[in-house]
Design a protein. Structure first.
Length: 244
C-alpha cells in the first residue's frame, strides 16, 4: 500500500482508493445517523473532472464501503464560489463579510472530525482557488480553535511530476491554514506521477506519517523537521531545469 516513511507512529489506515475511474461533484454527502464520525474531503483543484476529482470520488466511495456508519462529504473548489480574503479583519468580531460559498465550507470544517485534502501542486504550491479557501480559514484564528481538541488531517498530493521544485510550499500552506482551524497534518500521500490524465491510478502512493494526530508544539516541530529533513533529497531541484 505505497512506500511508507514514518515520522512518529501511524494511527489510522491510509485509504488508497480502488483502481477505477470516477468523477466527483462539488458537494456530495452521505446521510448517516446522528453523532456519526464525520469526514470531509476537500478537493483543491480548479478542474471538475481531473485527477484530483477522480481520486476524491474514489476516496469517497471507499469511505462509504469501509465506514458505512460514518458521514462523508466532498467539497470541491472547482464548483464553489469562494472569493479571496480581503484582509479586513471583520471576522475578528463575527462572521466573514464576504457573501459566498465559504460560509458553508466553514460550517463543514467546524463539524468535521477528520479532513482529507486532495490537491494538485501548482508551481510547488496550492492552486489559486484552493489558496483562497485556505486564506479564508482566518475566522478560526479568532475562535482559538488551534488550542482546543485537535483533529487529524490527511493530504493527498497530485501532479504529473515535472516540477523540479517539488511541493514543500503546498505542504506548509495546508498544514498552517488547517492548524489554525484545529487540524493537525498527520499523513501525506504522494501521488505525483502515479495517476494518469484519465484519473486511473497507475502506481501506489508514497506515504509519509508525521504524527499521532495530537497537536502540540512537539508535533509542529515534527512537521518542521519533516520538511527540513524528510524532504531533503526527495525533490531535489535539478539545476539544469532551473535554467528555463
Amino acid at each position: 500500500m505505497g512506500n511508507q516513511k514514518s515520522k512518529g507512529q501511524k494511527t489510522k489506515q491510509a485509504m488508497p482508493p480502488k483502481r477505477k475511474n470516477a468523477q466527483a461533484s462539488n458537494m456530495k454527502a452521505s446521510v448517516p445517523e446522528e453523532e456519526a464520525y464525520n469526514r470531509l474531503i476537500i478537493v483543491g483543484s480548479s478542474r471538475v473532472n481531473g485527477r484530483s476529482a477522480s481520486l476524491a470520488q474514489q476516496l469517497f466511495d471507499t469511505c462509504l464501503e469501509e465506514y458505512p456508519d460514518d458521514a462523508v462529504t466532498i467539497a470541491s473548489v472547482a464548483s464553489l464560489d469562494i472569493d479571496p480574503c480581503i484582509g479586513c479583519s471583520a471576522c475578528e468580531n463575527g462572521d466573514c463579510v464576504i457573501d459566498d460559498d465559504m460560509a458553508s465550507v466553514l460550517d463543514l470544517i467546524a463539524a468535521a472530525d477528520e479532513i482529507i485534502v486532495v490537491s494538485p501542486v501548482y508551481f510547488a504550491g496550492p492552486p489559486a482557488q484552493f489558496k483562497a479557501l485556505l486564506d479564508r480559514l482566518q475566522p478560526f484564528f479568532f475562535t482559538d480553535a488551534r488550542h482546543q481538541e485537535t483533529r487529524p488531517l490527511t493530504l493527498h498530493i497530485i501532479g504529473e511530476g515535472h516540477d523540479p521544485f517539488g511541493y514543500d510550499p503546498l505542504v506548509t500552506c495546508v498544514s498552517s491554514a488547517f492548524y489554525c482551524a484545529g487540524f493537525v497534518l498527520d499523513q501525506i500521500l504522494d501521488w505525483v506521477g502515479k495517476i494518469d490524465a484519465s484519473g486511473e491510478i497507475i502506481d501506489d502512493p508514497d506515504i509519509f506519517v508525521l504524527s499521532e494526530g495530537d497537536a502540540d508544539e512537539d508535533e509542529q516541530d515534527g512537521l518542521e523537521e519533516f520538511i527540513d529533513e524528510d524532504f531533503d533529497g526527495l525533490h531535489d531541484v535539478d539545476e539544469e531545469l532551473k535554467e528555463f
